[in-house]
Design a protein. Sequence first.
Lengths: 556, 361
Amino acid sequence: MRAFARLYQRIDETTKTNDKVSAIREYFAGASNADAAYALYFLLGNKLKPSLPTRIIRQAAARSAEIPDWLFEETYQWVGDLAETAAAMAKGTSVSCDEPLHRILLDSLIPLLQSTAGSKRASSKSPSGTLKRQELDAAVASKLIEFWSRYDLLERFVFNKLLTGNLRVGVSTKLVTKALSQCSGVPLDELTHRLMGEWEPTEAFFKQLVAPEYAENSPAKPYPFCLAHPLPDGHAREHSASDYFAEWKWDGIRAQLVRRSGQTFLWSRGEELLEGRFPEIESAAQGLPDGSVLDGEILAYRDESPMPFTLLQRRIQRKKPSPKMMQEVPVVFVAFDVLEHARQDVRGESFEKRRTMLESLPLGTPANAMTLRRSEVFEFDDWAKMFQLRDKAREYGAEGLMLKHRLGLYEVGRVTGTWWKSKVTPYTVDAVLVYAQRGHGRRAGMFSDYTFALWDEDRLVPFAKAYSGLTDEEIAKVDRWIKEHTTQRFGPVHEVPAQIVMELAFENLQVSSRHKSGIAVRFPRILRWRHDKSPQDADRLEQIKEMLRQQGNRTF
Amino acid sequence: MTEPGDGQSRQSSRFAELLECTPRGLYCPAGDFYVDPWDKVDYAILTHAHADHARWGCKRYLAAKSCESLLRVRLSNQIDLQTLSYGEPLRIKDALVTLYPAGHILGSAQVRIEVAGKVALITGDYKLQADPTCVAWEPVRCDLMVTESTFGLPVFRWPETPCVIRELIGWWQENQSQGRTSLLLAYSVGKAQRVLAEVLNACGLDVAQKIAVHGAMLGPNRAYRTAGVELPEFPSAASLPSDHDWSQSLVIGPPSSQSTGWVKRFSNPSLAMASGWMAIRGTRSRRSVDRGFVLSDHVDWPDLLTAIDTCQPEQVWVTHGFSEVVSRYLAERGMAAEVLQTQFAGEESEPANQDTPELTP
């Protein structure tokens, strides 16, 4: 436990990429395969399931610290991090723990998590069920208190992070893979591919992962996704528009459709198997030749145009959609690239060649009834025309354009120069700050999560929450102001008088009958603090709805 | 939350002659003086020399003898200052005033006020941990205790000082092996001198030649020496030649120096901070330092409770920090506790830099 906790600390302490990579490399060099498998699993952002209900952690921490529950809550509100609050309060030791990571997981942590599954079942509404749950909770809490007593502060913290499934280490998948590639000698792109898809953090898996020759070959295995960079301002001046193909940039779910060994596998960009969630796509894919892998976007689609992302979200949430849901929110897969063609990995071919292959595949045939589509491709001889089209993106329900170099290979991850994204300018609105909550992580303890409202007649109606966009100095100012001006508290939420106006930007705004304000927002963020505006100058809901209607925005 | 007016009336009723909370600060009617006033008054007793407690412009001051050199550096050489040794009583009109060590920084005092057999104790800032640069905190039996609560949450539990100092020295040595300057941020009055003294105690006087300080610390360091604290003369970093080799050095600067040009002279520095706030990951990362050392000159949660238990007051007024939380907790344990309304309403987070005024060399 000591080594893994120390690794977490080393990564957490530095902002320098090189220091992070060397910390990870040194950890792997000294770890057993069994420990390394779990460490890798967590570094890549995977979680243990189920996570421990936070009520048990709160209860255990208050008991261990011998303080009342309200005091734990007050403290937690101020600290902003449950794992940290509990770790700092609980009684432990100052001697660090020698037990290896995988033993702690297999002997303590995982059994503890599994024991709470029973408590979930017992939580029926009957009084006896409630009593049973309380007993189970208390028993789990006692075990937790005992585990804490064996660890030092840092170990208790990391242990809690594993319990809550919130161990967010400040490293990207790419960085972790790079460090592992450096100490195992397996080339980076090869290692990235080996790590794709679903795997279990076992000793055997890790051994195979870092072996010179890779034995495993599951038909389900996806390829690493190629990702785009935002188009830099000066790019147009230095490059010729005719070198690029353009496609609409959709706001859907990026996905990879794998057809191998007579089976279909649909993967999300987060490498989750979307099995069963989009049956129409899986069944349409049966018409694809064996040994085909397509890259594309899943969209909710009706009447030849995409529906808002919020509707698609309802489909993702269902493991198995009802026929009614499938009728209300039909989906399509828009294929824009081919990675495997006739059982051959074609990622090393140019975009032009891959596009030709994509054209030759049976998509949009009567057999798959328009559920599998090919992206539309645009070509330009000058940039002005390209930008003109981009600015019309909203009329087509798109976010902007994707630009792909004719000769670009299908790269692993975010590589500069082959794929660019160019989005339309976001919508902006002046809104009034009405509620605030304390933030988490870097902003822990500070009031940095805000709810904004717009005018409806003489009432302020909350319509969006925004977290990012202010500088640290501005957050400190707003934080102080909120502490001095709070009029009412609803648990962690502080109400403040209408005084502060901020300009917010959105990727998208849509008229929606499903939201109380009548507006659905996408990716809200703060552009600037409008010191020059009084609350009366903030925007009115009706104005914004009218503007959206005029732009041909459909109501959902 | 108690209404300010409401709180005041109750606070003044039981100990009316002893102590009352006024807009200018804590006031003793029987002695006609203020303790750490936040306004210019005729007669001020100061608990210690930090800027938020010792304000300029009062007609007369009273403080602990060991506080004198610091106060003259911080306020002015011209102030009308009377000093008392710890434990030496002084009658001021109808009040009997005695100062007791608070263990916070050099010259810090708790103010004991006795009027007609009733005793009030104003702790000022204080800590129970050992500190080689000041006299250790002493418990004082009292009826009314006015305590700070800067770190009055149960997450604050200070590690043993020797462990923290070992960590700090380990960090310095690691930087030395990598040829990086060890740049430590610490308040320039109190924390800086405590760290310097602890490091010299642990490593021996020889390492002193590898240590430099920010110019803002020269005055306070001198004041510490004047008051009899053994502290070598450390050069100011700015006084060393521009080609000075910093790769083996430990340099101490005030927290506010982090964003000034002063830090640019050090090649590839590793930045650390010594403060109680470093116990919390959020405040540590907001500070953008590479390392945080949990070293505080205030009581942590367990020590706060120990201090109150030891002084056995009949009533506690809680101020400066998490006063609402602490007073609610004490009240639940059967103690008469109230929030003392101070100038700043609401909860306190990381305090504003105590050392900004002296940044100009």
